[in-house]
Design a binder for this molecule. Structure first.
Ligand code: NAD
Ligand code: ZN
Length: 379
């Protein structure tokens, strides 16, 4: 089969790779029909991780069940399914608590929690930027889609990661209806966090970035764009909130935060959030902070540390929640919002492309070229 393979920093290619197949009785084999490129793929693409050459990327997947293992009870050949990016077992303590991003049994290293498709450090599982995908514990991990699956494919594929991840950011922050929320980062994840806050009835949602095309997109759904190249974003948020700060804040950038001049400053968004959120407010951090990035321009991040303003954070009595999104905890509800036309996350899709064009798409998305917001690949 064809698959998009990581070959080295900023080098990916569509190649013949070994066919994905059923390896265990509980596996499901999916013929992939839609698979996104994610900001998280860029950590690997840019060579910031120890991902080995030859791995197939792709953790935001949707497709049609082609084959099921002998131990699969619920999922049937022909079902259209959306796959969470995290792989859970369904029976460990964390999966039972809904914390499927921290599954205790799927990762082969017993000291690790959490596994994912096509991801450095998250187990040996290949991704779905390919014709077929092997899904471990298929009964647990496959989310069956309703009859409008094909028609709304670009909506449902967002339920594999960025829609639940954006939603998770608002839940970690503790957002309630009628509150205000500021989102740092207007990439696909930040746009989905802002969208989630709107759906949940926030009274005012702000988003900080400096890419005019991304800020314009946010504005189209009623979010207030804040351009940090035009002045201190913390002050701009305070100006929007009677000087008090937003009730809730979402971090959707991660350790690759830059200042508007382009210098990498890993601690920037966290400190801006502490400044932008009110006393006793909440912060949800879904942007990825790697334990270390030896190639970073930022000295602290090279050593895997972030110089975060703990003093102000403590003094303001703020709360913070972090981590990978437990996609399975939200995906049924978000699927049903889409099915009932209460949500349409495909508004962020800028490109639907054949798998063959993935290398070009990686290059453009990595450069945050104007208009390259979210790419859906169609194997
Ligand atoms: P992206 O790189 O497309 O978007 C990041 C955006 O942040 C860009 O538009 C960039 O201009 C902006 N930015 C950079 N520095 C900034 C600053 N100082 N202030 C405000 N904005 C700034 O990526 P994405 O796909 O939107 O993903 C965002 C983050 O979320 C990544 O770290 C990704 O790995 C992570 N992620 C986490 C999860 C999870 O489960 N927790 C899931 C998916 C993605
Ligand atoms: Zn992703």
């Amino acid at each position: 089969m064809k698959g998009l393979v990581y070959e080295g920093p900023r080098q990916v290619a569509v190649k013949d790779v070994p066919d994905a197949r059923i390896e265990r009785p509980t596996d499901v084999l999916v013929r992939v029909t839609a698979t996104n490129i994610c900001g998280s793929d860029l950590h690997m693409y840019e060579g910031r991780t120890d991902l080995e050459a030859g791995r197939v990327l792709g953790h935001e997947n949707l497709g049609v069940v082609a084959e099921v293992g002998s131990g699969v009870e619920r999922i049937r050949v022909g079902d259209r399914v959306c796959l969470p990016f995290n792989i859970g077992c369904g029976f460990c303590r964390n999966c039972e608590d809904g914390l499927t991003a921290f599954c205790l049994t799927v990762h082969p290293d017993p000291n690790m929690a959490g596994a994912a498709f096509g991801f450095a450090g998250m187990g040996p599982f290949d991704g779905g930027q390919a014709e077929y995908l092997r899904v471990p514990f298929g009964d647990f991990n496959c989310l069956r889609l309703p009859e409008d699956a094909e028609e709304k494919e670009d909506d449902y594929v967002m339920v594999s990661d960025i829609f639940p991840t954006g939603w998770h950011a608002t839940r970690l922050a503790g957002l309630r209806p009628g509150e205000s929320c500021v989102v740092y980062g207007a990439g696909p994840v930040g746009l989905m966090a802002a969208y989630s806050a709107m759906i949940q009835g926030a009274k005012k949602v702000m988003i900080v970035d400096r890419h005019p095309d991304r800020l314009r997109l946010a504005e189209q759904i009623g979010v207030i764009p804040i351009d940090d190249s035009k002045g201190d974003p913390v002050q701009q948020v305070l100006d929007q909130t009677n000087g008090k700060g937003a009730d809730r804040g979402c971090e959707c950038v991660g350790y690759q935060a830059h200042d508007p001049q382009g210098t990498e400053r890993s601690n920037m968004t966290m400190n801006n959030l502490v400044g932008s959120v009110r006393f006793t407010g909440g912060i949800g951090v879904v942007g990825i902070f790697l334990p270390a990035d030896p190639g970073s321009q930022d000295e602290m991040q090279r050593n895997g540390q972030i110089a975060f303003d703990m003093g102000t954070f403590w003094f303001k009595g703020q709360k913070v929640g972090t981590g990978q999104a437990n996609v399975k905890h939200y995906n049924r509800y978000l699927r049903d919002l889409i099915h009932e036309d209460r949500a349409k996350p495909s508004w962020i899709v800028s490109h639907d492309l054949p798998l063959q064009r993935a290398p070009e798409a990686y290059d453009q998305f990595d450069k945050r070229e104007d208009g390259w917001t979210k790419v859906v690949l169609k194997p």
